[in-house]
Design a protein around this ligand. Sequence first.
Ligand SMILES: Nc1ncnc2c1ncn2[C@@H]1O[C@H](COP(=O)(O)OP(=O)(O)OP(=O)(O)O)[C@@H](O)[C@H]1O
Ligand SMILES: [Mg+2]
Length: 353
Amino acid sequence: MPVDGLRFERLRCFEWGEVDFGGAPTLLSGMNGSGKTTILEAIYLLSRGRSFRTGHPTQLIRRGCQAFGIEATIPVSSGSRSVRLTYDEKFNLSIDRQTATIREVTEILPLTLMDAEIAEIVLGGPEQRRKLLDWLMFHVEQESWRHWKQYRRALRQWQWALRTGMDGTIWVERMMEGIPRIESARKRLIEACLPFWQEAFESLFPGISWSLEYRSGIPSGVNLVEALRDWHPQRAERPLAPGPHRAEIEIELNGVPARQILSRGQAKLLSIGLMWGGAHFLAKKLAPRPLLLIDDFSSELDNVAQARLLNLLAHEPVQVIVTTVHPPRREETPRPYRLFHVEQGCIRSTASW
Ligand SMILES: Nc1ncnc2c1ncn2[C@@H]1O[C@H](COP(=O)(O)OP(=O)(O)OP(=O)(O)O)[C@@H](O)[C@H]1O
Ligand SMILES: [Mg+2]
């Protein structure tokens, strides 16, 4: 269970707040400005040591106060850990009262936030879908991740050499070194996630046939070394050179690219399904259960889509915490969800459904 209990004080609109998640899937409902996103922000701050809304920690302190604090109980195999973050002119992070690093906390509390931009995974450019691969690779293919970082560094150097008229051969060589590892890691990840993505797709879009394929960013028959040696951005058909940085995950529905036919709501549904699948794959590989935070989950989704999504998200072992302005109807919500109602900085538990 990644998060059991959460307590915080003097955070944004809250004098103090307490939520007992009990590791269960959780729905936080409430009107605009009631404090729902602030609760997700509190968990995010704890795990990442920064907010997803502001780079100025003082904005997080409740108006008129001097400091804020957040604390969570995180069950681990050997018992439970108490993680605490305070801000009083600077951040102080501790695990069981011992000073800790962000990395140590992220390791026991791995989380992913999905906000209004989530549909971009499907609707946006290939870089949005590559982020999905980056996320997975970062967690479970550390050696390949190192090669991918090195490749991107060499790519930037090579592009700079091209712009300044210098010889970029050395950078092309560096880029080549990592490509086989990056490619095979990506293919492995996609293959491993496919069963989960299939499960998500069947639950969210019953009766529709779909496919997902990896395109490496290197057109077949192209010798990359030669292509890059003769590369000249002004003479090329496309300004961006081929390579793994151009890779694409092609998702098609009934043979048509998903982003060309899906509505925004459907794209949001599919994007969350892809993240869900990735998180379930990670859950098999990592000891702590991944946590998905979904802000404003109900926007753009009709009742049927919401019900399907809530059903999918209720599956163990990934824990989800979702916020919504309109709480879905009790009879349409799967049993394990815990519901909390947030009202002007005050959190009220509604019995488990
Ligand atoms: N430093 C602060 N001190 C006091 N109140 C603040 C501070 N920062 C933000 N607020 C207020 O906290 C409230 C909670 O904001 P939050 O974004 O959590 O609401 P929400 O429930 O997610 O709303 P929505 O449904 O519109 O997304 C807002 O009214 C906001 O103006
Ligand atoms: Mg909000």
